[in-house]
Design a protein around this ligand. Sequence first.
Ligand SMILES: Nc1ncnc2c1ncn2[C@@H]1O[C@H](COP(=O)(O)OP(=O)(O)OP(=O)(O)O)[C@@H](O)[C@H]1O
Length: 565
Amino acid sequence: MRPVGSKYLLEEPLGRGATGTVWRASQRETAGAEAAVAGQPGETVAIKVLKEELANDADIVMRFLRERSVLLRLTHPNIVRTRDLVVEGDLLALVMDLIDGPDLHNYLRSNGPFTPMAASLLTAQIADALAASHADGVVHRDLKPANVLLAGTGEGQEMHPMLTDFGIARLADSPGLTRTQEFVGTPAYVAPESAEGRPQTSAVDIYGAGIMLYELVTGRPPFAGNTALEVLHRHLSEEPRRPSTVPEPLWTVIERCLRKRPEERPSAESLGRALRVVAAGVGVHASAAQAEAALGVAALLAPDPAPAPVPDTAPAGSADPTQALPTNAPGGTPSYDPAAPTNVMPTTGANAGANADPTQVLPSGSGPGGGADPTRAMPPVPPGGPGQDDPHPWQNQMRAARDRNEQTQVQYLDPSEDPLRRRPHRAAPPQQYQQQQYQQPQQPPQRRRGRQQPQQYQQPQQYAPAPHHPQQPQPQRYAPPPQQPEPRREPRQRSSNPNRMKIPGLGCLKGCLFVIVVLVIGSWLVWELSPLKDWIADGKGYWDAVSGWAKDIGQWIEDLGGPSS
Ligand SMILES: Nc1ncnc2c1ncn2[C@@H]1O[C@H](COP(=O)(O)OP(=O)(O)OP(=O)(O)O)[C@@H](O)[C@H]1O
């Protein structure tokens, strides 16, 4: 099991797509404030680990970081919630709610086409999700059955479609220099304006919903081909044909969604409303009024007056229609280079463009920032990404993130290194402090004073909870280096001087001896320098007189013992 950040553990892969691998994972610990959902330890989640080549692309990493808040705030009953984004070293990952159910692509393969009513009701819910995200300025840009997960497909449960992979196309379609001539998407679901590299709006999602609706009722998307390029050409030039199994009201909806001109497509909100009217009118139990309302559904499908723009796509009028698509024709320019690292076009077989196709990063004939340059072939992307030699802004962001992590680690992971926790020991009992002074006489007095002050302020922290306050460690970063506390441990050696400290009355004994010595020397001087010895000892020396007196005293004491001896 592989950890993702410190909070998640990958358990088993659920599926692989063009942009990454989705894993079942478990939460190890509650996520931080940056996550939309903190989660609980042991909770199961789904994690999409983006491909290394995306994670190594500086533009994508920057966009990932920048759009964190957009992705995390998208919440709707029909949108798979993004709980957290993880950026760690070369790893980029989206943590999502785990949906227990198949994706719509697999469900369709296993169960065959939907009835017109079921397809309408299901797509209506997807339209609701799109309406919510478009209102928030977020365009999906890679709508397809594989990106719709079906919760509640169990016996007797109501099927609940949930749109996933929000923001992935947005991330992969970086505005960086190497990507200006590419678009991201799945050929079978790509809107004509995306294929041409024209400005994109939320209308690309309406086009994708139209293709998906067609596929749900027929089992296949309207435009297929032997190569991805052929599929793209058909999106641009061919009108879809109505299959006989598709009721007229439903066809009206599909046809409006598949208009080549994005400005003629309805809004997601209108689409949801229209599909519910259609669902009510095409069922076997539909009343005459409901059937009538369904036939008039075109009135509900007015063009969207204010589609949400997709940032960083080409400015209006920049595309050169004559260079709309790359060609593989010999001598044709611009040409598509299948060997180029990120210009992947893996599906060139008979099923190209089918719904099984993963999201692709394809070269287009024009790009943001200007029309196509016919003299310029599709440039292969340098392996190291853009501006390999120059420091990129995201590197600063990553460095800042790492710095933040280091601070956090000092605080949380290595408490023994935390000076806050050691300082209370320095605020020692008085005798310890005396020992410090004794051991470090060479230290300037100010320095010692300087330490006494923090000791006084730090003292209460000895009893405070673990010092997790983000502001507390700040002064420590500028405090004396960590080697300095070491000498303070030496006071233990000072306890090897027990004489002064541990013998009671030692000082008194010394004092008495000192007094005796002074008295002896004083009396000797008086004896020798004064006529006293002549008066009381017939001129004897000091020590003779003293020893004679000592003998007399001893004799006197003996006599006190009794005459028996
Ligand atoms: N939140 C989720 N919960 C459960 N399963 C998921 C979740 N998200 C994705 N999956 C599963 O993981 C598989 C791979 O998902 P992914 O989005 O990478 O594939 P894709 O959409 O086919 O590829 P791409 O969009 O990159 O072309 C899907 O088929 C889906 O079944």
